[in-house]
Structure formats: structure tokens, C-alpha cells
Design a protein around this ligand. Structure first.
Ligand code: GUN
Length: 283
């Protein structure tokens, strides 16, 4: 058996087209949606992400406000920028690119963002809402994974879903969304005993641990749906957390790296920006 390859680029293009239509409708009412992206320091990978976010925003009819600050920026200066963006009526969404330089503490910055503009869904209010069944703004990558699963017609109700990774950005919100979709959810991580056995029980596997090909193809349950969030650079090549070729021999469907989850994250960021903008326009 060879798995169906899940085309994240195609699904992301669908999402971006929906966003563009919603942005045009808001603009017709004099409310052009706006997304502020804050980058501190000169991490080259982050700079690429931030450029791509701004480009995708503009292509969808969303105004992008880029704030690129030097690595020497103080905590107070960054907090002051967030306060300005909170007060700026042209800004519907605020994203502070992570990781921040080690001299800065991300948590108070994320908590300073107006929860109504928190398009990353990282503010504790939005995290609590997600886990309480009152979701508002939900982290982009897990939201993109749910969209891919819906596109695949994956049956989540009663299914065994295994999330490998427990980060606030991906693993934890991913588990909340799968649980809300009536899956039976297991969260595994770097200290999990017998990861192979946990993975072998998964009807739906989401790998988000950031270790190149940690998850071996032979562990995959035949017929499983495999979503690989990993983006690991190995000798100049981008590699996922799953041993792709061997996993594709067993899975029913699998995301490639690149071209799977990656394109979905920016698309869902724009979708969240429109959610925030529409709520602000009607509120
Ligand atoms: N760094 C890597 N992924 C993300 C993300 O989704 N949001 C933010 N703010 N920073 C990131």
C-alpha cells in the first residue's frame, strides 16, 4: 500500500481564497483588515517566515504592518510597541514572532497582547477558552492540521489520536482540538516510555516534536492518517519528524515535508486575522 499524499499547498490556497473574499467584503465596508507582525533580532529563519507572512497577507488583501526591531530591544520597548498596536484601530491581528532573543521574556509579551487581536492564540485567555469549549482565536498550526484532516474526511470521533510533542505552540492546542472533535487523545513527548507502542496505536498521528525522522515508518498503524508538523534542517534539506518513505508504505494518507502542514500555518494566520477583524467590525 502507498499512502495518499496530502497536498497542503492546495488546501492552503483554498483557505487563502476564502480569506481574500472575506477581506474584500470588509474592505467594501471601509474596514481593510490589518495584521501587525513583530520580529525582534536577526534570526534568518524567522526573517524568512516574517517576510512570507507579510507577502501572503498583502496577496489576500490584508494590510501588513511589519515591525522589525534590533536584538538589543529591551523588554520595556517591546511591551510599549505591543501597547501601541493594541490601541491602533487599523490593526486587527498582532503576531510576535517566536523565539525571542534570549535576553527577552516571551510570556509577559504574549500576555500583553489584546486577546481579541491575539491571532496566534497564545494568550492565556485564548488557551483557557480553547480548553473550556469556548474557542475564539486558536493557534494557527493546529488549526491548519484540523483543516487538513477535514479535507481528508478523516473520522475523528472515537478514533485514537496520538500527538507527539507537548509545546504550547502545537502539541497542547492540537490535543485540545482533537479532543473537541471526540477523538481519544494521547499526548506523547521526549520522556514517553515506549513511544513506538503509543504510535502503533494511532489511527491519527500528529508529529510535532522537532526531531528529524524520530518516528519510524515501521511504527505506523496500517491505514493511519499521518500529519507531520516537523521542519528539521538536515544537511540543507528540510526533513519531517516522520520517516516519510517507510511511513507512506503503511499509512492511508500522509503529509509531505515540505508542502504539507507548512503552507497551512500562514493560511490559518490570515484566517484568524479575518476572524478577529470581522468580530471587531461587528462589535
Ligand atoms: N515561530 C514559529 N512558529 C510560530 C508561530 O506560529 N507563531 C509565532 N508567533 N512564532 C512562531
Amino acid at each position: 500500500m502507498t499512502a495518499r499524499i496530502i497536498d497542503g499547498k492546495q488546501v492552503a490556497a483554498e483557505v487563502r481564497a476564502e480569506v481574500a473574499a472575506r477581506a474584500a467584503a470588509l474592505a467594501a465596508r471601509g474596514r481593510v483588515p490589518g495584521l501587525a507582525v513583530v520580529l525582534v533580532g536577526d534570526d534568518p529563519a524567522s526573517a524568512v517566515y516574517v517576510r512570507n507572512k507579510a507577502k501572503a497577507a498583502r496577496e489576500a488583501g490584508v494590510r501588513a504592518f511589519d515591525h522589525v526591531l534590533p536584538a538589543s530591544t529591551s523588554q520595556g520597548e517591546l511591551m510599549a510597541l505591543v501597547a501601541r498596536l493594541n490601541a491602533d484601530s487599523a490593526v486587527d491581528g498582532i503576531l510576535v514572532q517566536l523565539p525571542l532573543p534570549s535576553s527577552l521574556d516571551a510570556r509577559p509579551v504574549l500576555e500583553a497582547i489584546d486577546p481579541a487581536k491575539d491571532v496566534d492564540g497564545f494568550h492565556a485567555d485564548n488557551v483557557g477558552r480553547l480548553w473550556s469549549g469556548m474557542p475564539r482565536l486558536v493557534p494557527c498550526t493546529p488549526l491548519g492540521v484540523m483543516r487538513l484532516l477535514a479535507h481528508e474526511g478523516a473520522n475523528l470521533r472515537g478514533a485514537s489520536a496520538v500527538v507527539v510533542g507537548r509545546s504550547n505552540l502545537v502539541g497542547k492546542p492540537m490535543a485540545a482540538l482533537l479532543l473537541a472533535a471526540d477523538a481519544t487523545v494521547t499526548i506523547c513527548h521526549s520522556r514517553t516510555a515506549d513511544l513506538a507502542a503509543r504510535v502503533a496505536g494511532a489511527d491519527v498521528l500528529v508529529a510535532a516534536i522537532g526531531r528529524a525522522e524520530l518516528i519510524r515508518g515501521a511504527w505506523i498503524k496500517p491505514g493511519a492518517t499521518v500529519i507531520d508538523v516537523g521542519m528539521n534542517r538536515v544537511g540543507g534539506k528540510l526533513v519531517g519528524d516522520v520517516e516519510f518513505a517507510a511511513a507512506a508504505e503503511r499509512a492511508a494518507a500522509i503529509t509531505p515535508v515540505p508542502g504539507g502542514v507548512g503552507p497551512m500555518t500562514i493560511a490559518m494566520l490570515l484566517s484568524n486575522t479575518l476572524d478577529a477583524a470581522e468580530r471587531r467590525a461587528s462589535g
